[in-house]
Design a protein around this ligand. Structure first.
Ligand code: 4NP
Length: 146
């Protein structure tokens, strides 16, 4: 299973989703490939936001070595699932799909809901971590059943 997590900047939410899912997958002994990308390119090559690094570190997960990449259409070919953090990410990623197969890979990370962007609010990093962690646990079970 190859999963790509996508948000806007690829420095706050998707690096957490990437790091948390990779952590659980490794603990469960699964051989899945997890990565992340941003629909915007402003932060390409940068490490995650220091607040995301800190909240993950606090929970025993090191995301400091991740580097931001821009979401480009080639990534449709590399991943089985492209999980997006909010409805705008969903529109932006779908606009780059060139066929039904690409489109079918894209889904909201939390069905019918969004992961709020914590970039402008320091107090959101912990609840966002918890939201993503809970969804990652569900996701592992859902994907293993398929
Ligand atoms: P992310 O958060 O999409 O969760 O990585 C953001 C990071 C940076 C910006 C916006 C959102 N920005 O405007 O630079």
């Amino acid at each position: 299973m190859k999963i790509l997590m996508v948000c806007l900047g690829n420095i706050c939410r998707s690096p957490l989703a990437h790091g948390i899912l990779a952590h659980i997958v490794k603990r469960e002994g699964l051989v899945w490939e997890i990565d992340s990308a941003g629909t915007g390119d402003w932060h390409v090559g940068q490490a995650p936001d220091r607040r995301s690094i800190a909240v993950a570190q606090h929970h025993g997960i090191d995301i400091s070595k991740q580097r931001a990449q821009h979401f480009t259409p080639i990534l449709f070919q590399r991943y089985d699932r492209i999980l997006v953090m909010d409805q705008q990410n969903y529109k932006d990623v779908l606009s780059l799909a060139s066929n039904e197969e690409d489109k079918n890979k894209v889904a909201l990370f939390i069905p019918n809901d969004m992961v709020p962007d914590p970039y402008y609010d320091n107090n959101l990093f912990l609840p966002v971590f918890q939201l993503i962690e809970n969804r990652c646990k569900e996701l592992i079970s859902e994907l293993q059943e398929q």
